[in-house]
Ligand binder design. Structure first.
Ligand SMILES: *Cc1c(COP(=O)(O)O)cnc(C)c1O
Length: 421
């Protein structure tokens, strides 16, 4: 459920007509709904009620400070994967002890920044990383809390580029080696080994892979405790999928996911963390764009938009589907026409949809990409020297630009010319 609905014939973000934002900000732009963000966070928080838990928002999905502050005010922790994300979370007012540091290639500088500012735990992904964290912590006179990310070798049944829990993926340590690796960690002076971490992939639309992974984590908890490790926290990752196509079978609800967690690991007496990203912000954001031209081709018609793959790369990168709807509500029963919907970038990959049935739209009309809140603005670039797409946050009848569009001069002047030119 989201808060983007037609009212009086115009698509609104909560109580604000999108045409009003477009007139003020220009297109393309991302717009987020506070009510939707908060609602989705609370669904997870409530799903884990009764268990000692923290929902750590995986901020790589959308990392604007205003989004982080909105979620932090609800009690969210953050899952970060770089020093930049760590510092962004801190700048948004999130205390270090609510920040989990994930990622397969943390550098010495990143480890130092997190230890210096405080961190809830590092989710460690390899033995060399474990040794590096221990050495850095010891040199700073501190002890680093860690979990170790195990790779449970389950098939998440999602797009290959976002599956992470198979033994062929670069993530975590093989679960079969866990006892050795935990024994190694326990011998290192700079570490406090507090738990187990697992994250099997993104956009999962079925609970079975989670169940398979969490059953392995529960079993491993017993084994490691018997080996003398004080396993007291389980980080169960993120990955619950969202409905990208209206009318399709919807993915499982956070409440079903919470019940599964309770069933698989609730009896272990561990503190539970989860790291959802996409489900919190995905349906809380739209990308709004304007039609520039309608072009008739040999065997198809093209809708050419002012948004492109540099603004929203998911269709080009993951063959992702986004529903694309006109901002002015079409008449019920309006004729539908098939278009290839494309951007202006000089690549055939800059195609948002093929043979998409659309109601009548023409040059100057606004269209909205639904479910664009996650992995949208954060993956945007200035490819083709198109200034970075701005972001807007709506709350009730108010809206604010939370990242403005750079001017052409700002974009150009980021380059510097060597003295010999
Ligand atoms: C990307 C990622 C997440 C979030 O995944 P979603 O599918 O957005 O919920 C959580 N944890 C880790 C370690 C990740 O890499």
């Amino acid at each position: 459920m989201d808060h983007f609905l037609y009212r009086d014939g115009v698509l609104h973000a909560e109580d604000v007509p999108l045409a009003e934002i477009a007139a003020s900000v220009g297109t393309p732009f991302y717009v987020y709904s506070t009510a939707t963000l908060v609602r989705h966070f609370r669904l997870f928080d409530e799903a884990l009620a009764g268990m000692d838990h923290l929902v750590c928002y995986a901020m790589k999905a959308a990392s604007n400070q205003a989004i982080l502050k909105t979620l932090a005010a609800e009690g969210a922790g953050m899952d970060v994967v770089s020093a930049g994300e760590y510092l962004r979370a801190r700048a948004a007012g999130v205390p270090g002890d609510r920040i989990v540091f994930s990622g397969v290639g943390k550098t010495a500088q990143e480890i130092r920044i997190a230890l210096d500012g405080g961190v809830r735990q590092f989710n460690v992904e390899s033995e060399p990383e474990m040794e590096a964290i221990s050495a850095i912590a010891a040199s700073m006179g501190v002890v680093a809390p860690i979990t170790i990310r195990v790779n449970p070798d389950v098939d998440a049944r999602t797009h290959a580029k976002i599956a992470t829990g198979k033994s062929e993926n670069k993530f975590g340590i093989p679960i079969a080696r866990a006892r050795d690796v935990y024994a190694h960690a326990a011998r290192l002076p700079g570490l406090d080994v507090i738990g187990i971490d697992v994250h099997i992939g993104s956009q999962l639309t079925d609970l079975a892979p989670f169940e398979a992974a969490y059953a392995k984590v529960a079993e491993l908890t017993g084994v490691l405790r018997a080996d003398g490790h004080d396993i007291r926290r389980l980080d169960l990752g993120g990955g619950l999928g969202i409905p990208y196509t209206r009318g399709n079978e919807p993915p499982p609800l956070p409440s079903d996911y919470g019940d599964l967690i309770r069933r698989c690991v609730g009896h272990l007496g561990c503190e539970i963390e989860i790291e959802p990203g996409r489900l919190i912000v995905g349906n809380a954001g739209l990308l709004v764009s304007q039609v520039i031209y309608v072009k008739s081709g040999e065997d198809r018609d093209f809708l050419i938009l002012d948004a492109a793959m540099n603004d929203l790369i998911r269709p080009a990168m993951y063959e992702a589907h986004h529903d694309i709807v006109p901002v002015v509500e079409p008449d019920a029963g309006a004729d539908q026409h098939a278009f290839d919907i494309v951007g202006p970038v000089c690549e055939t990959g800059d195609t948002f949809a093929r043979h998409r049935m659309m109601p009548p739209v023409g040059p100057g009309d606004l269209v909205a990409f639904r479910s664009a809140g996650a992995y949208g603005a954060v993956m945007a670039s200035e490819y083709n020297s198109r200034p970075l797409v701005p972001e807007v946050l709506v709350k009730g009848d108010k809206f604010a630009v939370i990242r403005r569009r750079p001017t052409f001069d700002e974009m150009i002047n980021r380059d510097t010319i060597p003295e010999w030119l």
